[in-house]
Every structure is written in structure tokens, then in C-alpha cells.
Design a binder for this molecule. Structure first.
Ligand code: CXF
Ligand code: ZN
Length: 371
């Protein structure tokens, strides 16, 4: 079938919104009508050539939610009409990580930039017959997609799908970084550098975990205001203030228990590290363009300060466990979803959505492919 999709062709070019030929689902796969898909910075990194993918053209988009329309053979436990969130790392169910319940570490994870389906082949072609890939084995910037059941988490049907799309990436990435990676405890102090789509969710995750000092740092004034609404107790304009001085002023010269680097690690990791207390945690959630090969932290300082620097993807917990849990927390009023959405766009306006993200106008833009 022909499916309107937003396609990456070459680094530096805007996404091209065009008809793509989508094949029927094969074994273990299903057809999903995409009702909402979030605009995450990761896709922007791909569009800029900062994160390399193995093929082009490729349909980007990995923060999607929708409704199952058809099943291929061998799909288990998913029915037509089910509402689903797409997981940007599949859970094969059989590798050592999945068997431990840690699907965020699934052995298939390194293949999400390849463009192919789980079985290694492609389901999409452009008008000239060329094979077209799907980012994260999802390709959610489209009206419909074919994904493997390993990439699917079934959710309750009464949750609005624009809100459901948020729990596909930014919400678990941020909240999970606070809860599962740093393991923030009641009374802890936290610094979040970059309070966009990931960072704002670290703020709400830190609040949920009982942190009593939550310092948000950003260069965009509007994002600092949003961070206050999500639970930040202090804000720092990192465009003008010295981050380390500002954090020490709030923490009696000690530094924070946990710092989160949610934007531009080459520039922000060292100040975040130095704003962290001895023996504290520095958690990096933001991506760095390919080509940077070292951490900007003096090794001697790392040893003598006894701090831990750690990476976190998908909030360091299985999307299969986290997504239903986060939806339950939302229903209890413990986390916010609706307030994360700044603007909604039709698929044809997706490049405008990315321009808004990069200009700092959006916390989250959400594309509604059928609007
Ligand atoms: C990213 C995390 C690192 C691998 C590619 C996808 N996540 C989403 O924003
Ligand atoms: Zn993302």
C-alpha cells in the first residue's frame, strides 16, 4: 500500500514528505496506523548527519503510538484494534538481556540504525523502486508502518494516543534516568543540564523519586519556566551564569548528588561533573555527534573525586515494564504528560516542527499524521 511518510535522504536536507510503498507484514510483524509521533532530537541528529545511519532513504521517527490494523503470521498476544506504543529498541525476548528482563539492552539494539526490519530485509520502496529503511525498526514518521512484535507494547485503549506517544521515548528516557540509572532517593539533590524533551522528564522523575533540590539549567528562558512547573526548585541560565558556581551556591559548596547531561555532552559534561558532589553520579542521556572520541573529564579528577559517569538509554529499564508503569503513574496524577506537548503538526509540517524544536520553542512537538 502507498503510505505518506517523512523520509531522510541526505544529511542537511529537510525531510521529504512523500508516498512510500509499504509491504504487508511478514512473520512476527504487524501493520500499525500511526496516530501520533513525537519530534525527538535523535531524528534531528540523523537529519544533520551527526548520527550516522546505515542506509538512505530512510523513514525516520521513533516516538510513535497507534492502532494495530493487520497481523502477519505468528504474532502472539496482539490483536487487530489494539492500541500500541512502539519501542525504539526491540525486545527479542531470547537474548541474555531480554531473559534478564532488561530489554533496553536487547542484542538487537545495535541494529536500530541499520534501516532494516528484525529479519534484515526492507518493507518499503520509493517511487523509483529503491529500498527505503525504517529508523529504529519503526519508521514512525508515516501514516502507517510495519513493525515486528518485538517493537510493540500494547497499552490501554482509553489513553489518548498523542499522550501515549510520549511514553515511547522522552518520558521513559528522562524519568528512568532519574529512577533507574542514578537511583535518586528522597532528599537527594539533582542538577539537570538541558531541560528539553529528556531533561524535563528527568526533572519530573527526580521529583517523583523525592529529590528536594532540583536545579534546572538551560540557555532558553522559557524552558526554565517549564522546568519550574515540572518540579525544579532552582533554575540557572547557563548562557550567562557559571554553572559550577551557581550549583555550589545552592548546595553549600558541596555540589549535587546527581547531575544529568541532557544536551551537548562535549560542552556540558565537564561543568556538570564539577557541579557534582564527591562520590556522586553523572548520568549522560544526550547523544554526541559521531567523531567525538573522548570524554572531556581529566582522569585524575575522576579518580580523586570518586564520582561515577554513566550512560543511560531508554531510562535504563525495559520499555515493556516501564511504559505500562508510566501510564499508571500518569493516571494517578504522579507525572504529567499533557503539559509536555507544546504544539501539534500535520505530517506535511514536520520540518516546521523541527525548526520549532531547534529554536527552543517546543518542549515536545507531536505530529498527527492524519490531522
Ligand atoms: C536514541 C538513543 C540512542 C540510540 C538511538 C535512539 N534514543 C532516542 O531518542
Ligand atoms: Zn527519542
Amino acid at each position: 500500500m502507498r503510505v505518506l511518510s517523512a523520509v531522510f535522504h541526505r544529511p542537511g536536507d529537510p525531510l521529504s514528505v512523500e508516498d512510500i510503498e509499504l509491504d504487508a507484514p511478514r512473520t512476527g510483524e504487524l501493520l500499525v496506523r500511526i496516530e501520533a509521533v513525537g519530534l525527538c532530537r535523535t531524528d534531528w541528529h540523523v537529519m544533520q548527519g551527526e548520527r550516522q545511519v546505515a542506509m538512505s532513504p530512510m523513514v525516520l521517527g521513533h516516538e510513535g503510538a497507534g492502532v494495530v490494523e493487520a497481523l502477519g503470521p505468528g504474532v502472539d498476544g496482539i490483536a487487530v484494534g489494539d492500541h500500541v506504543v512502539l519501542a525504539f529498541i526491540p525486545g527479542c525476548g531470547s537474548c541474555r538481556w531480554c531473559r534478564q528482563g532488561r530489554a533496553h539492552l536487547c542484542a538487537l539494539g545495535p541494529r536500530i540504525t541499520q534501516g532494516t526490519q528484525v529479519d534484515g530485509s526492507c518493507r518499503r520502496r520509493d517511487a523509483s523502486g529503491r529500498e527505503v529503511g525504517a529508523f529504529c525498526m519503526i519508521g514512525a514518521f508515516a501514516q502507517r508502518t510495519v513493525v515486528h512484535q518485538a517493537s510493540v507494547v500494547v497499552i490501554d485503549r482509553d489513553l489518548p494516543l498523542d499522550l501515549a506517544s510520549l511514553v515511547a521515548c522522552g518520558v521513559p528516557a528522562g524519568i528512568g534516568a532519574a529512577r533507574h540509572r542514578a537511583r535518586v532517593k528522597p532528599g537527594d539533590s539533582v542538577l539537570v543540564v538541558g531541560v528539553g524533551g529528556d531533561g524535563i522528564n528527568v526533572v519530573q522523575g527526580a521529583k517523583l523519586a523525592g529529590a528536594t533540590t532540583i536545579i534546572a539549567a538551560d540557555v532558553v528562558a522559557r524552558k526554565l519556566e517549564w522546568a519550574r512547573a515540572f518540579g525544579a526548585t532552582h533554575t540557572v541560565d547557563s548562557g550567562s551564569a557559571d554553572l559550577v558556581v551557581a550549583v555550589h551556591a545552592v548546595t553549600d559548596g558541596v555540589g549535587v548528588d546527581h547531575a544529568f547531561v541532557c544536551i551537548d555532552p562535549p560542552a556540558t559534561l565537564l561543568p556538570a561533573f564539577r557541579a557534582t558532589a564527591k562520590a556522586g553520579n553523572v548520568v549522560v542521556t544526550a547523544l554526541t555527534p559521531t567523531g567525538h572520541t573522548s570524554l572531556p573529564v581529566p582522569p585524575l579528577e575522576l579518580v580523586t573525586s570518586q564520582k561515577a559517569i554513566m550512560g543511560s538509554v531508554y531510562g535504563f529499564a525495559s520499555p515493556r515494564v516501564q511504559i505500562p508503569e508510566l501510564i499508571a503513574l500518569y493516571r494517578r496524577g504522579a507525572i504529567r504528560l499533557a503539559e509536555l506537548v507544546t504544539r501539534r503538526y500535520p505530517l506535511a509540517a514536520i520540518n516546521e516542527g523541527y525548526a520549532d524544536l531547534i529554536a527552543g520553542r517546543n518542549l515536545r512537538g507531536v505530529v498527527l499524521p492524519f490531522a
